[in-house]
Each structure stands twice: as structure tokens, then as C-alpha cells.
Design a protein around this ligand. Structure first.
Ligand SMILES: Cc1ncc(COP(=O)(O)O)c(C=O)c1O
Length: 425
């Protein structure tokens, strides 16, 4: 364990006043949840909102409701996404069908989707991975004619929009996550949004059967958020980052997760969500732009949506030129506490528990993305010097690769020009 300034890959800070609001939520549980529902209805301009225990709980509930409406079985999942997504599909007793991901936009490969979208498909998951928008209207056009629902996965993209339409309002139904490391957090939590009355009724029926979180569960979550509130800061993050049993940032395939209603403490923790979201988005976008500008036209590939809108860059994705380069950069990041992360360790097709079932499906681009994608931190706890160090590391690895040595022991971070980075911190 190295005691040094250590950047978390993605931080959603919580303040003491949020923790107090969490406890106050307990005094007026119903009013706290109703207030949050009303605020989300207004912000998204949707008729129906439900709050649940996590993003994956939200997705499994949505899938059960949609299955009840159409009886179809197949759920189209991006070949490269969070492992919680296929976990929720399997938990809902439905079948995962993979669509490859376009490496320049992280959107679904539209030609492949067009071929797959037949009358056996229940829904397509349009995922705004890392806050970069999918072309949802195009996916909706394709699916509508074929009786397929479009579920927007906004777990990493709360706050983004496309020409003024917030992510989460373009598909038939969508979900958000308030897990750690998301745009804003209450420890763990999720929300479902829909404007469709038929889907609304089906989800309301499923939601009515959910139990409440236990008092012990609520307090445990509150304590975890309180601990995170302290340790998330770069001056202290070396401590949790150096404890492997915490498994920070690990993504796992697990179908045994709780599906409950959101409790009043979590809802109270989200009391100042608008303010926190605005600050989070402003910083992430500004930092992503600074890093993109500073990296310039480099041999690494940066990823952007193909349409006009506001991506929120939960983290900034960069495709390195090889797996070796990616591993060198991640190693350097661990040694120097730079918060560069390798995201998901494999494509969905290669998840051990699914490999057999999905063996006949092929998602070569998703495999390539898993091999080469790194994400750079963009959150509000970064200083200008931190951004310089991160850019310097990426450039140092490239430089080393160019001179024929990508071994991290020989690699030095290249100094990155401060003049390229506006002094905002
Ligand atoms: C793209 C994506 N979808 C769904 C989820 C599930 O959200 P949660 O962790 O709240 O269950 C996540 C969480 O990491 C995610 O990143």
C-alpha cells in the first residue's frame, strides 16, 4: 500500500448535509420518496417514476413487466457492457442475445441489430455507456415496426441529453443507477422512468409486490456512504484502493441481488440531487474536453457520439493501440495513483457463467474494446495538475510504444504542457 495522492476512477462526492438529509428522510419516509418522484417526473417530463434498490433491480423489474406484456424471451444486450446487465436478464429468466458494439461511438452495431431484430426479441438495451449517448431514436424507429421495446440504460449517463431531450426519455422505458461511482450516488439505488401507460401499469403491478429494505440494510448503506464521503478524496483514497478485499471497481456476474423499493434514507441522501448533478456534469464535461484537447491528435482513439447533444463523460474512454499498451498504462496508474481504469475485464460473451450459453454468438469488436479500452477520470475532485499527470501518462505510454518498449518499468510519464489545460482548480 503506497501512501500518496490517489485518484478514484470515478467519484460522486457526498457532503455532510446529504448525510443529515438521509437521516431526516427517516422521519417522513413517504413524503421524502413522493417528493423525489415528483421532482424526477418534472425533470424528465415523464408520467411514471419508481425508485428501487439498484440499477440492476430496476432492469430486472422492467424486464419482468415487459415479458408479461409480450411474452417474448430475447433481450438484446451490448457485447460490451456492465456485467450487472446480463445478471439482471438471467435473473428475470430471459435470454441474453448479444449485439456487437461500434468502437468509435460505443453504440450498438446498427447493421447487426437490424438483422437480429425479429419477432422473438422482447427488447433492446440502448446503453449510454460512460455517459456517451446512443443513437436511441434510430433504434426506436427500427424496433417500433417490429413490436420490440427499447429500454434505455442510463446508469452511467444521468444528466446527458440529445438536442434537449434528456437521456432516459427517448426509449419506451429507462433506468438510472445511483450506485457508487455513478453521476450522483446514494450508496446504491436505482430509478425507472416511463411515459407509456401500458408499461406503467405493468411495472406498477411488479413494484407492488416488492418488499421494503430492512432498517439494518438502510443504516448499513448510510454508514458506507459516510465512510466513502471521507475516503473518496484523493488525499485518502490510497487507503481503500490499497485494500484488495474491498474489490473496488470490480464488476461481477451475480444474479442473487436484492430487489426492493428504495428506502427513505437513500431518498433523503438524494435530496440535493439537482445541485449535485449539475456540479458533477459541469466538471466531467469540462475535464473531458481539457483532456481531449491536451491529448490532441494522438494515435489513441477517443470516442464521441455521432450526433449533436450533451454527453456527460462519467469517465473519458480511450482506445489504446494494443492490450499491452492498455496494461502498461493501468500498471503505471496503479503505481502512481492516477485513477486510470480498465473498465470491464471481458466482453459479455466471455463471462465464465455465460460462455457456454453464448458460445455460438460472436462479438469481435466488443472483445477488441475489452482488450484495449481504458477510462480516464473526469470527476470534480481532480486538480489541473492531476489532469496533466493523467495526460502525461497516456502520452508516455504511447511514446514508449513508439520507441519499442512498452514495459511500464521503463516508461516515464511525459510532462504534459500546463498551458494546454485551463487553470480551473
Ligand atoms: C451500464 C450499466 N448498467 C447497469 C448497471 C447496474 O446498476 P447498479 O450497480 O445500480 O445495479 C450499471 C452499474 O454499474 C452500469 O454501469
Amino acid at each position: 500500500m503506497k501512501v500518496q495522492r490517489t485518484l478514484p476512477p470515478s467519484a460522486a462526492p457526498v457532503e455532510w448535509r446529504d448525510l443529515i438529509q438521509g437521516l431526516l428522510g427517516l422521519m417522513r419516509p413517504r413524503a421524502t420518496i413522493h417528493r423525489l418522484e415528483g421532482e424526477f417526473r418534472e425533470y424528465f417530463g415523464v408520467k411514471h417514476v419508481w425508485f428501487v434498490s439498484s440499477g440492476k433491480a430496476a432492469l430486472s423489474l422492467i424486464l419482468q413487466a415487459l415479458h408479461g406484456l409480450s411474452g417474448r424471451q430475447k433481450v438484446v444486450v451490448p457485447g460490451y457492457t456492465c456485467f450487472s446487465v446480463p445478471s439482471a436478464v438471467v435473473r428475470a429468466r430471459l435470454s441474453v442475445v448479444l449485439c456487437d458494439v461500434n468502437p468509435s461511438s460505443l453504440d450498438l452495431e446498427f447493421d447487426q441489430l437490424t438483422h437480429m431484430a425479429d419477432s422473438t426479441v422482447l427488447c433492446v438495451l440502448a446503453t449510454h455507456l460512460l455517459g456517451i449517448g446512443n443513437d436511441v431514436p434510430r433504434i426506436v424507429d427500427l424496433c417500433r415496426q417490429r413490436g420490440i421495446f427499447v429500454v434505455e440504460d442510463v446508469a452511467q449517463a444521468f444528466g446527458g441529453d440529445r438536442e434537449g431531450r434528456p437521456f432516459g426519455t427517448m426509449g419506451d422505458v429507462s433506468f438510472l443507477s445511483f450506485g457508487r461511482g455513478k453521476n450522483i450516488t446514494c450508496g446504491s439505488g436505482g430509478a425507472i422512468l416511463s411515459n407509456d401507460d401500458r408499461i406503467g401499469e405493468a411495472i406498477t403491478r411488479e413494484y407492488a409486490q416488492l418488499s421494503e429494505e430492512s432498517m439494518l440494510g438502510m443504516l448499513k448503506n448510510w454508514l458506507e456512504v459516510a465512510a466513502m464521503q471521507l475516503l473518496i478524496h484523493p488525499g485518502l483514497y490510497w487507503l481503500p484502493a490499497g485494500l484488495p478485499f474491498l474489490k473496488l471497481g470490480e464488476t461481477k456476474f451475480d444474479t442473487e441481488f436484492p430487489v426492493t423499493r428504495m428506502d427513505a434514507i437513500r431518498a433523503g441522501l438524494l435530496r440535493r440531487w439537482k445541485e449535485r448533478l449539475a456540479r458533477s456534469t459541469e466538471n466531467r464535461v469540462a475535464h473531458a474536453e481539457q483532456v481531449l484537447k491536451s491529448l490532441g491528435p494522438t494515435p489513441v482513439q477517443t470516442i464521441k457520439p455521432s450526433w449533436r447533444g450533451h454527453s456527460v463523460y462519467l469517465r473519458l474512454p480511450v482506445l489504446m493501440r494494443s492490450r499491452q499498451e492498455k496494461e502498461s498504462l493501468c500498471r503505471m496508474s496503479r503505481e502512481q495513483g492516477l485513477g486510470v481504469s480498465s473498465m470491464y475485464p471481458s466482453s459479455v460473451q466471455q463471462i465464465a457463467e455465460l460462455r457456454e450459453t453464448l458460445s455460438s454468438q460472436s462479438v469481435p469488436q466488443s472483445t477488441m474494446i475489452a482488450d484495449r479500452l481504458v477510462t480516464l477520470p473526469t470527476h470534480e475532485l481532480l486538480s489541473t495538475h492531476d489532469l496533466e499527470r493523467v495526460c502525461g501518462a497516456v502520452q508516455g505510454i504511447q511514446h514508449a510504444a513508439e520507441v519499442g518498449s512498452a514495459r511500464s518499468s521503463e516508461v516515464q510519464a511525459k510532462p504534459c504542457s500546463t498551458s494546454e489545460l485551463p487553470q480551473n482548480n
